[in-house]
Design a protein around this ligand. Structure first.
Ligand SMILES: NC(=O)c1ccc[n+]([C@@H]2O[C@H](COP(=O)([O-])OP(=O)(O)OC[C@H]3O[C@@H](n4cnc5c(N)ncnc54)[C@H](OP(=O)(O)O)[C@@H]3O)[C@@H](O)[C@H]2O)c1
Length: 358
């Protein structure tokens, strides 16, 4: 089978994903029977291109790296916006990798909705659609017989959602604690080692993990978004980031971080959620943790999620120093989940559908 793929948002993650597909192309064909071609690539500033026969992705990667526009690769009617792109890309699977809007999740929610309505499976690394419209999009995907997958939205490529979906069958997630934002964990680790807050932020920017305006991370918005997603998807809650009790790390001083470390403790930005008396309590807050707490040992850009379940008690996942390549791997695993689920439907219908909902 040849799957047609379109990537809406050809930035750091979208490009890593294409590189990973190319690197694993032979293995994907041999082990999963997957042949693929990219029929659409879209950016905001460098234009978009569709070609139903498949784009030359190597040339497209080179063009974008050199700051050249993608339009020269386009075949077909002119494209006005992302919705034109979705309608014309001819993809079986659309990857939504545009930037996060932390206040509303838009326009990515509308992108995902349009792609599902057009009969495309959707894989997203963008947290917005999950944080603000998970139930609606999940239900729409089911109605359409299409997949809506999002492994890369929390802990990059680590198998969080597929772990619960595929491995923890008949287990209920009762709560979780985690360190889910790399930038703040890096800043806290640097402050423990003697850096000022501003120095630590500049170092985070220098290694490419913090934005020019680090407020989204420092004020706890990114962590609150992930907390809301985990509570909603894994615990059956229905909350947005605005309903997470959120405190960022601006009030944590280097002196406090160093004093904690001298006492064998560590200050961490902890994400947590639990059901209490039928009410979901979801929080993001800096806490001083004893060395006996696993979360205290997560250093730098690493992350951790500890799930409390009704079958396995506590199960903890640690991801060491992830980057965009790991995020790209999350997209690839979602793609392979679709391939596996779609194999039987494909054999009978010719179009890539799902034999069972994912
Ligand atoms: N970086 C990571 O490791 C990581 C980890 C987990 C999740 N994520 C999520 O993955 C997504 C992509 O991250 P990234 O690091 O690749 O970001 P990025 O480098 O900024 O790339 C975003 C891409 O989306 C394009 N874009 C933005 N808005 C668009 C629109 N309305 N229509 C068409 N294209 C649009 C951008 O075009 P222009 O450049 O022309 O504006 C760019 O090509 C984000 O939602 C991010 O939160 C990233």
């Amino acid at each position: 089978m040849e799957l047609k793929l379109a990537i809406l948002g050809f930035g750091v993650v979208g490009r890593e994903f294409v590189r990973l597909l190319r690197r694993k192309s032979e293995e994907l064909a041999r082990e999963y029977g997957l042949a693929w071609c990219v029929t659409g690539l879209a950016t905001r500033r460098l234009g978009m291109a569709c070609n139903p026969a498949g784009l030359d992705v190597e040339a497209a990667l080179a063009a974008v790296a050199g700051g050249s526009r993608l339009d020269v690769f386009h075949h077909g009617p002119p494209l006005g916006d992302a919705f034109d792109f979705i309608a014309n890309c001819g993809a079986d699977v659309l990857f939504e990798t545009t930037v996060l809007n932390p206040r509303t999740g838009q326009p990515a929610i509308d992108h995902v909705r349009a792609a599902l309505v057009a009969g495309q499976h959707v894989v997203t690394a963008n947290k917005g659609p999950l944080a603000f419209a998970y139930r609606e999009l999940r239900d729409l995907a089911r109605q359409q017989g299409r997949a809506f997958l999002f492994e890369s939205t929390v802990m990059d490529g680590a198998p969080v959602f597929s772990l619960v979906r595929d491995a923890l069958l008949a287990a209920n997630v009762l709560g979780f604690r985690g360190i889910l934002n790399s930038t703040t964990n890096f800043i806290l680790t640097e402050m423990e080692a003697g850096a000022s807050f501003d120095q630590a932020v500049r170092r985070a920017q220098a290694i490419g993990i913090a934005e020019a305006d680090p407020a989204l991370d420092v004020d706890g918005w990114d962590a609150a978004t992930k907390t809301a997603i985990l509570a909603t998807v894994l615990m059956g809650a229905d909350i947005t980031p605005l309903q997470v009790d959120r405190t960022g790390i601006r009030e944590v001083t280097p002196e406090a971080a160093q004093a904690a470390r001298a006492a064998g403790r560590h200050i961490k930005l902890v994400c947590q959620a639990e059901w209490r008396d039928g009410r979901l309590i979801a929080r993001v807050v800096p806490q001083e943790l004893p060395a006996s707490d696993l979360l205290a040992w997560v250093q730098g850009t690493s992350s951790l999620l500890s799930l409390r379940t009704d079958t396995l008690k506590q199960l903890t996942l640690v991801e060491h120093d992830p980057g965009p390549a790991q995020t790209a791997y999350g997209l690839l695993r979602d793609l392979l989940a679709i391939v596996r689920a779609g194999i039987w439907a494909n054999a009978t219908s010719g179009r890539i559908g799902l034999s069972s909902p994912i």
